[in-house]
Design a protein around this ligand. Structure first.
Ligand SMILES: [Zn+2]
Length: 94
């Protein structure tokens, strides 16, 4: 699945709901999901299935925020296509 397909899928599933909720409240949900990912990362024994789910949730909420602001995540990711955006090297030499 490409980043663009993912964003389109999340829009198809949640955009109406997220647009109705609005940007400020949707952002707090995103932060809450980041917190849940942090909890999974902090565990001494990593549960790969739980980590996978939390990464998916964070990515979904990030995607919906981008959609609410009219940002294409695929286009945003292009900023890193040619290496570090500052020094343009891969790996970064900054
Ligand atoms: Zn750099």
């Amino acid at each position: 699945m490409t980043i663009q397909k993912f964003q389109q899928q999340i829009e198809a599933i949640y955009f109406k709901k997220d647009a109705k909720r609005g940007l400020p409240l949707t952002f707090t949900w995103f932060v809450e999901e980041v917190g849940e990912l942090a909890k999974e990362i902090r565990k001494e024994q990593h549960d790969i299935d739980r980590l996978r789910e939390e990464f998916a949730d964070v990515f979904a909420w990030l995607s919906t925020l981008a959609s609410l602001l009219g940002i294409s995540l695929e286009d945003a990711a292009e900023i890193y296509a040619e290496g570090c955006p500052k020094c343009h090297a891969t790996p970064c030499e900054c």
